[in-house]
Design a protein around this ligand. Structure first.
Ligand code: UDP
Ligand code: MG
Length: 329
């Protein structure tokens, strides 16, 4: 089995030497153990770095047979860098991992084992987050809960450390979204999945490339790319206020007609305010419902992926034979 390890790098000159060495050693060991083919690769994606990152990658690609470098024409962000690596990877399985060695590489053999055991997607899940600050941990975990509540399917405490089999990568290729949030897209693919637990370490060297602003951007991306719940909430709110205003209207009329405590002009002022407010919100909500539909349609997400096709055996044509051979390998 040919393995591709995809590593997004943005201004990572401080850690890159160590990352290259460790990943190179890992591939050598796996290759010697016969777990992966000799034409496996380490795909380093330079996400428009401004330091010596690309120079290091280029040099490594000349000196090490494993290393392959991809340079994006400018900084596009972590998600896009990972996607670029996955789309160009040649392996039968791909593993994406951060350049800063925070994700324990020791989990990779377990991922390969789960993949050999039939899992098309293997999620790396953080066991504990002691190395993260309290703030980061609390916001991250709160965020995963919020997403779950908004109906977004995600894997709790899983970031972008995962194995994807060839079929999963090809399925991912069919998603043409510009607003990319891989953690949300991958669970949509389906297939047989497995989870591998690991401890998250401190960044080996250098500084985080994810300042709070980028983090918030990614978080918002997760909500708005996968949930139309906020729009739906407007409809509910509109309905609620409309009902309340209807009650208030009845009450104002009752006060006006059957008691003498009403101030002249009060009912005719108050009633339209509530009523119009409620109706307007409801109408915005209805527009929101259509907007939500349009939004979902514009994504053009694939409607299904085939996991198995028994006919593939009997009618095996050229491409299918290769597919089959790849699956059996
Ligand atoms: N990264 C990237 N492009 C960016 C920002 C980050 O490719 O615009 C890479 C970075 O080099 C690292 C990974 O994404 O390999 C995760 O970034 P980082 O470790 O800084 O995030 P943190 O672990 O602090 O959340
Ligand atoms: Mg990191």
């Amino acid at each position: 089995m040919r393995l591709s390890i995809v590593v997004p790098c943005y201004n990572e000159e401080a850690v890159l030497g160590e990352t290259l060495a460790r990943l190179g050693r890992l591939l050598e060991e796996l290759c010697e153990a016969g777990q992966i083919a000799a034409d496996s690769e380490l795909v380093f994606v330079d996400d428009g770095s401004r330091d010596r990152t690309w120079a290091l990658i280029e040099a490594a690609s000349r000196s090490s047979p494993w290393v392959r470098g991809l340079k994006l024409s400018r900084n596009r962000g972590h998600q896009q860098a990972v996607l670029a690596g996955l789309m160009l990877a040649r392996g039968d399985a791909t593993i994406s991992v951060d350049a800063d060695l925070q994700d324990d590489l020791g989990a990779i053999p377990a991922m390969l084992k789960a993949h050999a055991g039939g899992a098309e997607i293997v999620y790396g899940v953080r066991k504990r987050r002691d190395t993260d600050t309290f703030f980061k941990r609390a916001t991250a975990e709160g965020y995963y809960r919020l997403l779950a509540r908004l109906g977004v399917e995600i894997v709790f405490n899983h970031a972008d450390y995962r194995l994807l089999g060839r079929r999963a990568v090809e399925a991912l290729r069919e998603y043409r979204e510009v607003n990319l949030f891989l953690r949300g897209v991958i669970p949509q693919l389906g297939f047989t999945t497995a989870q591998v637990y690991y401890d998250r370490a401190e960044r080996f060297a250098g500084e985080s490339k994810y300042p709070l602003s980028k983090m918030l951007g990614l978080a918002w991306q997760g909500v708005t790319s996968f949930s139309t719940m906020p729009l739906r909430l407007i409809t509910s709110l509109g309905l609620l206020i409309s009902l309340a205003s209807f009650g208030i209207t009845l009450w104002a009329l009752w006060v006006r007609l059957f008691s003498d405590s009403s101030v002249p002009g009060w009912a005719s002022t108050v009633v339209p305010i509530y009523l119009l407010g409620g109706i307007q919100l409801l109408c915005i909500g209805i527009i929101g419902e259509y907007l939500a539909k349009t939004y979902v349609e514009t994504k053009r997400r694939p409607l299904f992926h085939i996991e198995h096709d028994t006919a593939a055996v009997s009618t095996a044509g050229g491409a299918r034979v290769q597919d089959l051979a790849r699956q059996q390998a």
